[in-house]
Write a protein that binds this ligand. Structure first.
Ligand SMILES: Cc1cc2nc3c(=O)[nH]c(=O)nc-3n(C[C@H](O)[C@H](O)[C@H](O)COP(=O)(O)OP(=O)(O)OC[C@H]3O[C@@H](n4cnc5c(N)ncnc54)[C@H](O)[C@@H]3O)c2cc1C
Length: 483
C-alpha cells in the first residue's frame, strides 16, 4: 500500500496539464498550485492513514480476488460488515480532514461487476473478466480514481442521440481491433488532476438509437486527448493569497474541473460496456444504490466537524449552556445520526450476489442520499443561527495582523472566559468554509452523487409495484374495504 509521499510523487510523475487562471500549468506546477494542493494534501492524508497502527484493522483487508492485503478503499465488499466498515471509514476520514476523502470511486465496482455479468450472459460479451482484471490492477497499485459520470447534457429533456450537438453526452466515435475512441466531456469532475484513473460511466439510462453513448471504461488520468479545465469555485482566490487561517480548513480542500475528451483511445481490456443500451439503466441504478449508502458516512464526517466547531464557538461566546443553544446543537446531532443510521441500515440489509459480493439495499441506499440532501441544509441553518452575523462579516486575517488596527480587532472580537479574538476568528472561518465556503457541504449534499430528485426517482422505482400494492391491501383491509 502506498504512503502519502509515494502518492504525491506519482501525481508529479503523471505530468498533468491544467487550464487555470487564464493560462496552462503542467506537472509539478499543477500539483503545487495553491488551488490544487489542498486536495493533494487531503488524498495524501488518506494514504498515510492506511499505515497508522491503530487504523490498520479498519483500513486494510484481504482482497477476495488475490488474497493479498489491500487498502479497504479498493475492496469490493464481501460481507455486511465490509459494507458497514466502508461507511465508518468514510466518516472517520472525512472527519479527520474536514471534507470529502475522495476514496469512493470503487463504490462503482460492484455495479460494474453485476452489470458486466448480466451483459455477458445475455449478449456473449467478455466484460466481466475485464472488470475483474481492472479491479485487481486497481487494488495491487492502491489507486484512487475520479468518477466520470456527469455529461454536459444540453437540453435535459432530449435523449443523447437526438441532441442538436452530438457531443452533449460522452460517446464512442470509433472502434477498431485494439479499442474505442471517446469524444465529449464530463462536468463537475472532482479531483481529475489529482487521481490516477477516470472511471467513465453513463450518467443516465440510454435507449435504442443511443448505442454510441452506452459506454463504461477506465481511462488513465493523463491519457492523450484529455484536457482538464479548472472550475472557479468559492474562495479560490483566498488560497492564492496564502492566508494564515482565512481558508478555515487550513490544509485540505477540493479541486474540480471540466474534463474534455478530445478523441481519447481506450484499449478493449479497459472497456466494461460499449453499445449495450439495454443495460445502461441497470448500471446507472446500481451505481446509485451502491454509492449512496456511503453518504451516510461521508456527510456525517463533515458535519461531525461542523458540530464540533459550533460547540467550540458557543463556548467561546459563553452561550454553550443556554437552553436553546443546547437544544439546537442536539438537533444537529440528531440530523447527523439520522443520516448515519440510514447508511448503516442499507448496509445491514445488503444482499449477496454471486461473483460480485454484498450489495447494499438499494431503496435504503437512495433514501440515505435523499435525506442527506435535505438534512445538511438544516444543519447549516442551525449552525448559522448559533454563530450569528460574524460568519459573513469577519475581517480578513491580514487585518488581524496589521499593527495599526490589530489591537482593535483583538479587543472587539474577544469572547467569554479568555477566548481570544484569533481563536474565535479561526473557528468562524472553519464554519464559513463548511457552510458557504470552499468546503461547502450543501452543494456536495445537494448534487454530489446525483441530485435528490434522481434518488427519489430510484426510490419510487424500487417501491412501486408489489411493495406499494401490499401497502394498499393493508390499508384497505384495516378499514374493511377488503377482508
Ligand atoms: C461538489 C460536487 C462534486 C461533484 N463531483 C462529481 C464527480 O467527481 N464526478 C461526476 O461525474 N460528477 C460530479 N458531480 C456532479 C453531480 O453528480 C451532478 O451535479 C448531479 O448529478 C446533477 O447533474 P447536473 O449538475 O448536470 O444538474 P442537472 O442534471 O441539470 O439537474 C438540475 C435540476 O434539474 C433536474 N433535471 C435534470 N434533468 C431533468 C429531466 N430530464 N427531467 C426532470 N428534471 C430534470 C434535476 O433533478 C435537478 O433538480 C459533482 C457535483 C458537485 C456539486
Amino acid at each position: 500500500m502506498k504512503t502519502g509521499k509515494q502518492y504525491i510523487q506519482d501525481m508529479m510523475n503523471m505530468n498533468f496539464e491544467l487550464y487555470i487562471d487564464g493560462g496552462k500549468v503542467k506537472g509539478p506546477e499543477v500539483i503545487n498550485h495553491p488551488k490544487v494542493r489542498p486536495m493533494i494534501n487531503a488524498i495524501a492524508e488518506t494514504y498515510d492513514m492506511q499505515h497508522e497502527k491503530d487504523l490498520q484493522e479498519s483500513l486494510q483487508c484481504k482482497s477476495h480476488l488475490t488474497g493479498e492485503i489491500i487498502s479497504r478503499w479498493t475492496h469490493v465488499p464481501q460481507t455486511v460488515e465490509d459494507n458497514i466498515r466502508k461507511v465508518d471509514i468514510t466518516r472517520f476520514a472525512n472527519r479527520r480532514i474536514g471534507m470529502c476523502s475522495f476514496r469512493c470511486v470503487q463504490n462503482s465496482f460492484p455495479a460494474l461487476l453485476l452489470t458486466a455479468q448480466e451483459t455477458d450472459k445475455a449478449k456473449g460479451t467478455h466484460y466481466y473478466n475485464n472488470v475483474v482484471e481492472y479491479i485487481k490492477y486497481f487494488q495491487k497499485n492502491d489507486l484512487v480514481g475520479c468518477p466520470a459520470l456527469t455529461d454536459p447534457k444540453g437540453d435535459r429533456k432530449v435523449p443523447a442521440h437526438l441532441q442538436e450537438d452530438p457531443d452533449m453526452y460522452l460517446r464512442v466515435v470509433d472502434k477498431n481491433k485494439e479499442g474505442i475512441v471517446l469524444r465529449g466531456a464530463k462536468m463537475c469532475q472532482t479531483g481529475s488532476v489529482v487521481t490516477y484513473e477516470k472511471i467513465v460511466l453513463p450518467c443516465i439510462t440510454h435507449g435504442p438509437g443511443a448505442e454510441a453513448y452506452a459506454v463504461a471504461c477506465a481511462v488513465p488520468g493523463n491519457a492523450k486527448g484529455i484536457k482538464n479545465i479548472s472550475a472557479r469555485y468559492s474562495q479560490d482566490d483566498r488560497r492564492v493569497e496564502n492566508p494564515e487561517w482565512d481558508m478555515g480548513n487550513i490544509k485540505y480542500g477540493f479541486h474540480e474541473t471540466v474534463v474534455i475528451f478530445d478523441d481519447v483511445f481506450v484499449p478493449w481490456e479497459r472497456v466494461f460496456m460499449c453499445g449495450e443500451v439495454e443495460f445502461t439503466g441497470m448500471l446507472v441504478n446500481l451505481i446509485g444504490g451502491t454509492h449512496r449508502p456511503t453518504t451516510g458516512g461521508c456527510k456525517t464526517g463533515w458535519t461531525d466537524v461542523l458540530i464540533g466547531a459550533v460547540q467550540t464557538y458557543a463556548e467561546y461566546n459563553g452561550t454553550s449552556t443556554v437552553s436553546h443553544i443546547r437544544d439546537k446543537i442536539t438537533d444537529m446531532i440528531m440530523y447527523n445520526e439520522m443520516m448515519y443510521s440510514c447508511g448503516i441500515a442499507s448496509c445491514v440489509k445488503s444482499t449477496w450476489h454471486d461473483g460480485v459480493g454484498m450489495i447494499p439495499d438499494m431503496l435504503l441506499g437512495n433514501n440515505t442520499k435523499y435525506i442527506t440532501s435535505k438534512a445538511v441544509y438544516e444543519l447549516v441553518r442551525l449552525a448559522e443561527d448559533i454563530v450569528g452575523g460574524i460568519i459573513t462579516t469577519l475581517p480578513s486575517d491580514k487585518e488581524f495582523r496589521n499593527p495599526e488596527i490589530s489591537h482593535y480587532l483583538d479587543r472587539f472580537y474577544k469572547g467569554a472566559r479568555g477566548a481570544t479574538a484569533e481563536n474565535r476568528a479561526r473557528i468562524v472561518r472553519l464554519i464559513e468554509n463548511l457552510t458557504y465556503g470552499a468546503g461547502a457541504l450543501c452543494h456536495s449534499a445537494a448534487h454530489g452523487g446525483g441530485s435528490g430528485q434522481a434518488c427519489k426517482l430510484s426510490m419510487y422505482e424500487f417501491a412501486r409495484g408489489e411493495p406499494l400494492e401490499s401497502r394498499k391491501r393493508d390499508a384497505q383491509r384495516l378499514c374493511g374495504i377488503i377482508k
